[in-house]
Write a protein that binds this ligand. Structure first.
Ligand code: SF4
Length: 349
């Protein structure tokens, strides 16, 4: 089995102010060129501004997160006016999030604006009712509700996507989440496929003849070395769960496996673990290489481990030898595709 690249852009939710739309409380925006110029090459955005959507208007009075004490539970917050605490938009923002869930079923990632009481994903400042900032452990009320509805959906903040490694990690998770729905759940791509490309995905058809359990196992198998590059122990544990899969109802298994895959991929891939996964890949090709070729490939992987050679050099050589192996396992490995970097969306790490 080989997970084919998507032919159309991936639907991804985004805070509307990041698109350059003047929807902020002060009538401004927070345009992100990384989002609208770089990532828009592979993402089809679904922009939402929850504060405008609930009728707060532009410009509007600022709001913030209110808590009773420092360290309060993430859900024990209200969203109130900074100047007038009787303005409480907690419930409207939660209800708005609930109302957009059907439209968001198709998205495969979400990019939120940082530091917002509605959209922030991490570290949003929280306040006591006397107006004093007490901690920075808040999550925007809209973002939090979306997290609860879509617990495995890849999410990231706009500002963090300026960092190439964080961007690569987000893209890797979005590609995996999208591939899961296309491959395991056999969901068609949402955007219309241009006529000229319509035959490119024809190879995925036989997948539908497999049972869902078989597709889950094949998905894990194709992702195995990429997962190992992110967390070896958790990948082995997932393998054990799948080996025992007969004990679980199919839907529970699918939910658990998807959750674990997304959790593993959320760990940054270290050079050490990636080296290990590359060595495993090389092991599958060893019997088809002569002594000099093996030595050259091993040296290249070692140079990568030491930071002297880029990942792209190792991948190029592995792919060069790949056609010599008749084994589907190594041909299927998503690790060797390194899609986000190959598409020029981040650097090779
Ligand atoms: S952070 Fe969210 S609520 Fe605030 S302006 Fe941007 S999209 Fe609207």
């Amino acid at each position: 089995m080989k997970i084919l690249p998507r032919q159309t852009r991936i639907p991804v939710g985004i805070s509307q102010c990041a698109m350059g739309d003047p929807v902020r409380y002060n009538g401004g925006h927070k345009h992100s060129k990384v989002c609208t110029q770089l990532l828009a090459r592979c993402f089809e955005y679904v922009p939402l501004c929850p504060e405008v959507a609930i009728g707060m208007g532009v410009p509007r009075k600022p709001i913030h997160l209110l808590v009773a004490k420092a360290g309060a539970d993430v859900d024990a917050v209200r969203v109130v006016g900074v100047e007038d605490q009787t303005v409480d938009v907690t419930d409207p923002l939660r209800e708005y999030a609930d109302s957009v869930v059907p439209d968001l079923e198709k998205i495969r990632g979400y990019i939120f604006m940082q530091n917002s009481p509605s959209c922030g994903l991490h570290g949003v400042r929280r306040y006591l009712d006397n107006g004093h900032g007490i901690d920075s452990e808040g999550v925007g009320i809209f973002a939090r509700r979306i997290q609860q509805h879509f617990p495995h959906l890849p999410m990231e903040e706009v500002g963090r996507l300026n960092n190439s490694e964080l961007r690569e990690n987000f893209l890797t998770r979005v590609f995996a989440y999208d591939a899961w729905f296309r491959y395991v759940e056999c969901e068609p791509e949402q955007e219309e496929i241009p006529e000229a490309q319509q035959n490119e995905g024809a190879g995925e058809e036989p997948v539908k003849r497999l049972s869902r359990i078989a597709r889950i196992i094949e998905f894990y198998t194709a992702y195995k070395y990429l997962l190992m590059a992110h967390n070896q122990d958790a990948t082995r544990a997932l393998g054990r769960l799948l080996a025992d899969s007969k004990a679980m109802p199919e839907d529970d298994l699918a939910f658990a496996v998807r959750g674990r895959i997304m959790e593993i991929l959320s760990h940054p891939a270290s050079r050490k673990d990636r080296t290990n996964a590359l060595m495993h890949s090389q092991g599958h090709l060893k019997e088809y290489l002569n002594k000099d070729e093996t030595a050259e490939l091993q040296q290249l992987i070692e140079d990568y481990r030491l930071g002297h050679k880029p990942l792209s050099a190792v991948l190029t050589m592995l792919r060069h030898y790949l056609p010599r192996s008749p084994h589907g396992f190594i041909h299927s490995q998503v690790l060797l595709a390194a899609e986000p970097a190959e598409l020029g969306l981040c650097d090779f790490h």
